[in-house]
Design a binder for this molecule. Structure first.
Ligand code: ATP
Length: 235
């Protein structure tokens, strides 16, 4: 479970976040929507402890993150738009490497199994990652999250640039992790996916969360209209 309490972030005299409150419970997929510069990545970076908030607090499973940052990071996996993997290592070798950094050692069969169950074709798992498509690299990220038993998944536009089939496969994997009780926070510009995959949708604008809703409350057309209205509304 992930919570933000009154998160504020200033970069110089620019207020990037103006008091964000949000909760992502176990088994929820919270999709953050908002125009470029709304503050989505800043929010995710604070959750990841990449940057510190100017004010406010992050709670991980109810505990302030700064109380035990190592433990909090152990629970999390981050998949950005372009997952950084070692291009000359295979999928199996990358997975092994990143798991070992986190103190986890799996045997070869388990590593292979994790990649295959994350949708990577078995004839690719021993090939160098430089031969992988973007969708295949993102699946290595999912395999890492599953192998780590991560309970929190933070995603920053993970399917941008993926073709519809690859994007579909990736979102199916997110839905499976949701069934396993993972708390997922995903920044996205894809309203359709936010509606179809998300359990909750937050619309950010100029550093504020201007709307939060449960995705079953709204159909896709109304979400699109609401989003566009929020974007043009003068405050
Ligand atoms: N390190 C930084 N230094 C100064 N300003 C920053 C920094 N990081 C972000 N900002 C500013 O904070 C605001 C929020 O940026 P952020 O990257 O969080 O937006 P975003 O919603 O993720 O946008 P996008 O959809 O383009 O990824 C922007 O005005 C951005 O210019």
């Amino acid at each position: 479970m992930l919570e933000a309490i009154n998160l504020k972030k200033n970069f110089g005299d620019h207020q990037a976040l103006k008091g964000i409150n949000m909760t992502v419970n176990a088994g929820e997929i919270f999709c953050l929507l908002g125009a470029n510069g709304a503050g989505k990545t800043t929010t995710i970076n604070i959750f990841l402890n990449f940057i510190k908030p100017t004010e406010g607090q992050v709670l991980v499973d109810g505990e302030p993150m700064e109380k035990n940052i190592k433990l909090a990071r152990k629970k999390m996996v981050y998949i950005p738009e372009n997952l950084m993997l070692y291009p000359h290592l295979s999928g199996v070798e990358n997975l092994d490497f990143f798991l070992r950094i986190g103190g986890i050692s799996l045997n070869k069969e388990n590593l292979e199994q994790q990649l295959i169950s994350s949708g990577l074709q078995d004839n690719f798992i021993h090939r160098s990652v430089s031969t992988y498509s973007k969708g295949m690299r993102q699946k290595v990220g999912i395999a890492l999250a599953k192998s780590k038993n991560a309970s929190i998944l933070l995603l920053d536009e993970p399917t941008s640039g993926l073709d519809p089939k690859a994007s579909n496969e990736f979102h199916d994997l997110l839905l499976k992790m949701k069934e396993d009780g993972v708390s997922t926070l995903m920044a996205t510009h894809d309203l359709f996916r936010a509606k179809s995959t998300g359990t909750h949708i937050g619309i950010m604008k100029n550093g504020e969360m201007v709307k939060t809703l449960e995705s079953h409350e709204i159909d896709y057309q109304d979400l699109e209209q609401l989003y566009l209205e929020e974007m043009v509304r003068l405050d």
